[in-house]
Write a protein that binds this ligand. Structure first.
Ligand SMILES: Nc1nc2c(c(=O)[nH]1)N[C@H]1C(S)=C(S)[C@@H](COP(=O)(O)OP(=O)(O)OC[C@H]3O[C@@H](n4cnc5c(N)ncnc54)[C@H](O)[C@@H]3O)O[C@H]1N2
Ligand code: MOO
Length: 412
């Protein structure tokens, strides 16, 4: 074992991974397909928006300083056109929200503050300020302004900005191609009835969904044979076709745990055992430019390994700037016994009225108990220590989902 038997702290493992991963090449995609991709060049405004002073209310375009007791309605200005009618003292133009202010006008009086008398309008407002209810040119964005930095995922607001500026072809980073392989002779497909000693393969489904959510293009997923020659051929083929290959199972010390030998032979294994629970046996290897993560077989260990390490690699490949979540302090609501490695306990975090975050774990934390991840919006980071952590103590937590109200049921 080239790494010796030291269990590597997770932060050191992350540093090693980040040293071996680079953003993927840039490609241009149609605007319609740009959502959830990562912008590869900064989006810079090439015009002012709005390009014309626009009404922010339905009402009447007027001259603010005009003191006429009533004003003649001399025209209409709807959004989507530009009237040539000029507002002069004693006149007003009916206007709708978003429509350009007609020439001469400098304010809009909302319809609620007016009264119609034949073809005249009376304004029931003590004073009208210049610019009232008008969005001036460039109020929303200014030409040459950097609107979105490169490395930002394109969400609804970002795609809206791209569309507003007419960017119909968007530069994005190529999505990482990923293969997901479950190993283990005990595995059968979910549709099958497991025989004696067999279990259904769940990791493949968990990891494929986690990968898709993280922006990967899952190009292949399947079960691998436990026969070393066949497994090696399959791994070679998947490595050649992928930016990242995930395997689950076969990385600890069992007689039939072949993944680590094959990876050693094909490329460079950078680490294989971590000072964390779950996820102690976790292999990270590179074969050419392809990253290979040999995740543990235990379902929770595989998913925690994915979230902590594979996610970070995917984010770098996808060009993202926010690679790692920053842990936040939370207050434990019950005692927690630590183990002999840094534990990533699956937890529930909520905020009280003053904004303090409280936390509890999700019950038994066995690495095979997928239920410990259901409803978990955080990982509670529990370093080893002799005395248990007490209710009221602060620990750090990685937030992984929305923070809701305090749970109604007591902790298990
Ligand atoms: N002597 C030692 N034994 C073990 C050690 C150790 O250090 N010394 N480490 C333990 C830890 S920690 C973990 S985690 C597991 C990881 O083992 P492997 O990665 O080799 O995984 P397997 O042995 O193949 O499987 C473990 C467990 O997970 C189930 N499994 C596997 N694949 C799937 C799948 N696709 N879907 C659902 N469940 C799966 C498998 O049936 C086993 O129950 O090793 C400990 N042992
Ligand atoms: O590290 Mo294993 O992942 O404890 O269960």
């Amino acid at each position: 074992m080239p790494m010796g038997d030291r269990l590597l702290p997770p932060h050191e493992a992350l540093e090693i991974i980040l040293r071996h991963v680079r953003p993927l090449p840039v490609e241009r995609v149609p605007l319609e397909e740009a959502g959830d991709r990562v912008l590869a060049e900064p989006l810079i405004a090439d015009q002012d928006l709005p390009p014309f002073p626009a009404a922010t209310m339905d009402g009447f375009a007027v001259i603010a300083g005009d003191v006429s007791p009533w004003r003649e309605i001399i025209g209409e200005q709807f959004a989507g056109s530009q009237t040539s009618v000029e507002v002069t003292p004693g006149t007003a133009v009916r206007i709708t929200t978003g429509a350009p202010l007609p020439p001469g006008a400098d304010a809009v009086v909302p319809v609620e503050n007016t009264e119609l008398r034949d073809d005249h309008v009376v304004i029931h407002q003590e004073q009208v300020e210049v610019g009232e209810n008008v969005r001036p040119v460039g109020a929303d964005l200014r030409r040459d302004q950097v609107l979105v930095e490169a490395g930002t995922p394109i969400g609804p607001a970002e795609i809206g900005l791209l569309a507003s500026l007419g960017k119909v072809e968007v530069p994005v980073f190529r999505r990482p191609r990923m293969s997901v392989l479950s190993t283990g002779d005990e595995l059968v497909d979910p549709a099958q009835e497991p025989g004696p000693g067999q279990i259904r393969d769940s990791n493949r489904f968990s990891l494929v969904l986690a990968a898709r959510r993280a922006g990967a293009d899952v190009v292949w997923s399947g079960r691998g044979p436990d026969d070393p020659a066949a497994l090696r051929r399959l791994l070679e083929e998947r490595i050649a076709a992928s930016d990242i290959v995930l395997t689950s199972g076969g990385v600890s010390v069992g007689d039939k745990d072949f993944v680590k030998e094959i990876l050693d032979d094909l490329g460079t294994v950078h680490f294989r055992r971590l000072f964390m629970k779950p996820g102690k046996p976790l292999n990270f290897a590179t074969v050419g430019d392809t990253l290979v993560f040999g995740l543990p077989g235990n379902p929770v260990s595989a998913l925690v390994g994915f979230e902590v390490f594979v996610n970070a690699a995917l984010r770098v490949m996808a060009g993202r700037r926010d690679v790692q979540p920053r842990p936040v302090p939370v207050v434990l609501t019950h005692d927690v016994q630590s183990g002999d490695r840094l534990e990533f306990q699956r937890g529930l975090v909520w905020a009280d009225e003053s904004g303090v975050l409280h936390a509890r774990n999700t019950g038994p934390q066995a690495s095979a108990r997928l239920l410990s991840l259901v409803g978990a919006n955080a990982f509670l980071l529990i370093p080893p220590r002799e005395a248990p952590y007490r209710a009221g103590e602060r620990v750090m937590a990685v937030i992984r989902g929305p923070i809701g109200p305090a749970p109604e049921t007591p902790a298990e």
